[in-house]
Design a protein around this ligand. Structure first.
Ligand code: C2E
Ligand code: MG
Ligand code: MG
Length: 652
């Protein structure tokens, strides 16, 4: 046996805290069992053991005394070590009673051993040692009383019915200690096993707890997840119904979060989401809820209010909170969020619907310029339903050839010549009549239908160019709009290339118009695709310039041929205005510096055209010259224009 094992043998285990509760329960139970055993011993001492010797009185009174004391002690000490020690004493005093009743004839160690073994029911060494000491002590005391010839109940006090000396007492003491050691060791093993059981049970419990936490919380931010949110919402509905209260579902979506992720990397994005989660948690009240249900989407539930007006300041506070500068891993970021609000029970009494409505309202906040909140309304809902109808109807319309391209001429300001046109899509709905693109392009983008529609636009534009060439207009270029979403399509380049090659047109007669958002999203891939398109000979025009993120560095890096100044700048030019439009002038100058062709769109008045001309803008497009018109009318217009200004055209 090694040293450590030996040491271990005598190191009695302590019950650690996590197992304490279990052990205490066990002790309480054991106390009851012990009391039953004590009462049984009393019955044995009174009747069974007394049959042959007539010592009933001794057994009844002596056993009764022990039993009574223990029953009384139980009331105060149950479950404690004191109770266990007292039970140990009680058990052993019974052996004394048996001896006194002439039963020493039967080897009393049998009783001592059984009693000690029974005491091992307590997973505690103390009662066993107390019992052992009691046994040794009463042997000593009774031996002394016997020698002094003392009588009890008219009987001489006996240690053994045959009488003995101190040597026998000592021998018995040694037996008892040996028994106590053996049983003590068994108890030690029991405790260790019991603690081990508790430890594994505890681990299982801990694991369960951890599991239930992760299944209910978002792993990145630690906020409740969607599943958890719905559970809490169901409780809230019950609560709101009972107390006639309302609650608000706030649907938050961070503005331009994707840009942060794309430009600064996912680490920064994740850190930002965590910071936002912390901040949101810190500003809501205790009985409100904040949850994360997707990428950059958070839900806040504002609880317990009776008047809708009361929540507006809270929402403004949330919007403001985003405006401060965020320092994320040493990047100073500006942030904003769009919030949609739906109220229970005003907007809906159904949780899924409520969430959907809050989402719809959020979408409205986004489309109205972001960084704001919007309440859900029935009109909004109707609009969404209409959009769903449109989305569903587009496929049918496509197959029924209801889409058509209109053409709006582009004019060389100086000469007044038509140098080309922009192809703009129209939907000739069999029932609703002409639907402008503003009503369906964004829906087509959201549903992905734009990929199919956009491909058709490119092909149709190319066909139009071919028809123009075949009619003798070999230098009229046509541009078509390519939506940002189309850059997600890996076939975009192939589609353009095939269209150009299959038709055999000169690639430089085709132009695509893209918006600044193209540059922000999918930066790397987009740049590659654009370069390939440009290498094909196709012109690239930056549409609606000045409304987005107009950054010079973007323009430098992108293979752009022309710049189309957004209509809003042109709108600012008013009649008789002597004001200089600094921004507009700068954009024109910037375009010239970068050697780009500059086109102004939305020119409705002559003075607007003149202003632009005087500042060096070369081309324009607008109602002043012509609205977008069907192909046939465009041909007529070309014919007229050629007659008035010759055929020498500049290409854009
Ligand atoms: P955009 O590319 O900026 O097109 C210019 C829009 O301004 C056109 O509206 C045009 O009709 C309008 N416009 C032109 N001159 C004037 C003017 O003097 N005054 C006013 N008030 N408006 C003028 P439209 O045709 O309704 O198209 C709206 C937008 O829909 C387009 O803006 C473009 O972003 C998108 N779109 C149109 N066709 C297509 C297409 O085939 N594919 C894609 N992806 N988007 C398209
Ligand atoms: Mg355009
Ligand atoms: Mg435009």
């Amino acid at each position: 046996m090694s040293h450590t094992t030996l040491e271990n043998l005598f190191r009695f285990p302590k019950v650690p805290e996590f197992a304490q509760k279990n052990f205490t329960e066990h002790f309480l139970h054991a106390d009851k069992v012990m009391l039953v055993l004590i009462v049984m011993q009393w019955v044995i001492a009174t009747f069974i053991t007394s049959i042959s010797y007539g010592t009933y009185l001794y057994g009844f009174v002596g056993g009764g005394l022990i039993t009574l004391v223990l029953l009384l002690a139980y009331r105060t000490f149950k479950g404690t070590q004191v109770m266990r020690a007292l039970v140990g004493v009680g058990m052993m005093l019974f052996s004394l009673i048996y001896i006194q009743q002439h039963l020493g004839r039967i080897e009393m160690h049998f009783h001592v051993f059984i009693a000690l073994a029974i005491l091992s029911l307590y997973k505690d060494i103390v009662p066993i040692f107390v019992a052992a000491i009691t046994t040794i002590l009463h042997h000593g005391v009774f031996n002394f009383l016997q020698l002094s010839e003392v009588s009890l109940f008219g009987m001489p006090v006996m240690v053994f019915n045959y009488g003995c000396g101190m040597d026998i007492v000592i021998l018995h003491g040694i037996f008892v200690v040996a028994e106590a050691l053996v049983i003590g060791y068994i108890v030690k093993l029991q405790i260790e096993y019991g603690v081990e059981l508790n430890r594994s049970e505890n681990q299982v419990l801990g694991l369960n707890e951890e599991l239930s936490f992760t299944s209910l919380h978002d792993s990145l931010t630690g906020l409740p997840n969607r599943h958890n949110l719905y559970t809490q919402l169901r409780l809230m509905v019950a609560n709101a119904n009972r107390y006639d209260r309302k609650f608000a579902v706030l649907f938050l979506d961070l503005d331009h979060f994707k840009n942060i992720n794309d430009t600064l990397g996912h680490n920064v994005g994740d850190a930002l989401l965590k910071a936002v989660a912390r901040k949101l948690k810190s500003i809501i009240r205790e009985n409100d809820i904040v949850a994360r249900i997707g990428g950059d989407e958070f839900i806040i539930i504002l609880n317990d209010f009776t008047d809708t007006g009361a929540i507006e300041p809270v929402i403004s506070k949330i919007l403001d909170m985003f405006h401060k500068e965020w320092n994320i891993q040493n990047h100073f970021l500006r942030l904003s969020t769009s919030i949609g609000v739906a109220i229970y029970p005003d907007d809906s009494k159904e949780i899924n619907e409520l969430m959907k409505y809050a989402d719809i309202a959020m979408y409205k906040a986004k489309t109205e310029g972001r960084d704001q909140f919007s309440f859900f309304t029935a009109t909004l809902n109707a609009k969404v339903h209409e959009e769903v109808d449109i989305a569903n109807d587009m496929h049918r319309a496509f197959n029924a050839n209801e889409f058509e391209l209109y053409y709006q001429p582009k004019i060389h300001i100086e000469s007044g010549k038509i140098i080309g046109a922009e192809a703009l899509i129209r939907w000739n709905h069999y029932e609703k009549g002409l639907i402008p693109p503003d009503h369906f392009i964004h829906i087509a983008e959201n549903t992905g239908f734009i990929l199919k529609l956009g491909k058709w636009v490119i092909e149709e534009t190319v066909r139009a160019i071919k028809r123009l060439s075949e009619s003798g207009y070999e230098d009229i270029h046509i541009s078509c709009n390519v939506s940002t979403r189309q850059f997600q399509n890996i076939n975009l380049y192939a589609d353009i290339e095939n269209a150009v090659h299959d038709s055999g047109i000169d690639a430089k007669l085709l132009a695509i118009e893209i918006t600044e958002s193209v540059m922000l999203e999918y930066l790397e891939v987009t740049l590659e695709v654009l370069k390939k398109i440009k290498n094909l000979g196709v012109h690239i025009c930056m549409d609606d310039f000045g409304t987005g993120y107009s950054s010079l560095s973007y323009l430098r890096h992108f293979p752009i041929d022309s710049l189309k100044i957004d209509k809003s700048f042109v709108d600012d030019i008013t009649h008789n205005s002597t004001n200089e439009h600094i921004l507009l002038n700068t954009i024109i100058a910037m375009g010239q510096t970068l050697n780009l062709k500059v086109v102004a769109e939305g020119v409705e008045e002559m003075y607007q055209m003149e202003y632009l001309r005087d500042r060096g803008c070369e081309f324009y497009q607008g109602y002043y010259f012509s609205k977008p018109i069907p192909e046939k009318f465009f041909f007529d217009l070309l014919l007229k224009n050629c007659a008035s200004s010759g055929t020498d055209r500049d290409l854009i």
